[in-house]
Design a protein around this ligand. Sequence first.
Ligand SMILES: Cc1ncc(COP(=O)(O)O)c(C=O)c1O
Length: 393
Amino acid sequence: MKYNFDEIIERKGTNSVKYDISRNRSKSEDIIPLWVADMDFRTLPAVVDELVKAARHGIFGYTSINENYFKAVHNWYKNRFDWTTEPSWLVPVPGVVDAIAISIRALTNEGDAVLIQRPVYYPFTKIITQNKRKLINSPLLLKEGRYEMDFDDIEYKIKKENVKLFILCSPHNPVGRVWTKEELLRVGEICMKYNVTVISDEIHCDFVYKGNKHYVFGSIKPEFLDNSIICTAPSKTFNLAGLRTSNIFIKNKNMRNKFIAEIENSGMSQPNTMGLIACQAAYEHGEEWLKQLIEYLENNIKFIKDYLHTYIPNINLIELEGTYLIWLDFRKLNKTEEELEDIIFNKAGILLNKGTIFGEEGRGFQRMIIACPKSVLEQAFIRLEMAINGRIP
Ligand SMILES: Cc1ncc(COP(=O)(O)O)c(C=O)c1O
């Protein structure tokens, strides 16, 4: 491998949410933070080089996207997902969560129903309720260890609640599903039938493991593209979350105008100078880096599977198809969430995301990020095994 993903990079004291907040929460200095979705790997050298060059120039004035920026983003989606985009569809926004909030405010009114599928990335719930929209949940079904959409329930609730918007998490955080073409087609058809606009959050689309394939929602059918907002970003893929740069694609002009008007209403029309530089460099030069990273993550997954199988068989790993977040099923331990928290956080010294923050459906589960050096995971699982078996007082 050309890139060294084994390197332990000190992040404490860098004002990192992942490290410094968890350290503040814990009494212990050596807590292993495996919660927030940002990786412990340095981004690719080409991104660092471009940022250093810009930093040395020393002027950080207003900026905007140009032809080369668009080309880099366009080529990435064309080459990886066979999806053809056009410059006019692209609206840069700081974050995908921002884009979802903007979409909700631009396309619905207070009291309108918005559909999500729990357990799901918790800000969806917050954005819907804090904007005074009605939250409608169609829980995913866990069938023989794999999560599936409940199409009958989706249709029933869309009809009954007069749903206006559906926030699709694709690939799905936290359950790690990469939706198949058939699943996307079926859910997309239901949305078309009842005039439900789809906000497709595809921030994890670059992390897809062997045997799975990600389809951009808007690439499935022209009508789907016309009825959706496709949210993408280089932030998860290349570990750039703090640079606040996302690329939102909206083909439908009427929808796009409403979206842009809402951005302007919020007074946040300017993109981040360094973010655009990093995004362009990542998409231009990042293919090989990402290929090696995915191989590394596949090896991490294999380690976890083997470890659980051998040493902690009563914790079940939900098969990871995509994302770098695993969903661990602790239900066989028969512990309350507080008891689990005591074992995992207080005794093992690991900070995870407890399942219920993703909805009540997540009770008994925990989410863990695996985008870190394997040695960190080895240490975490050894501690977890010892804590579960009462070998840490
Ligand atoms: C599904 C999903 N959407 C959005 C985000 C955050 O996006 P941003 O930081 O661009 O707002 C995350 C971060 O973990 C995520 O998992």
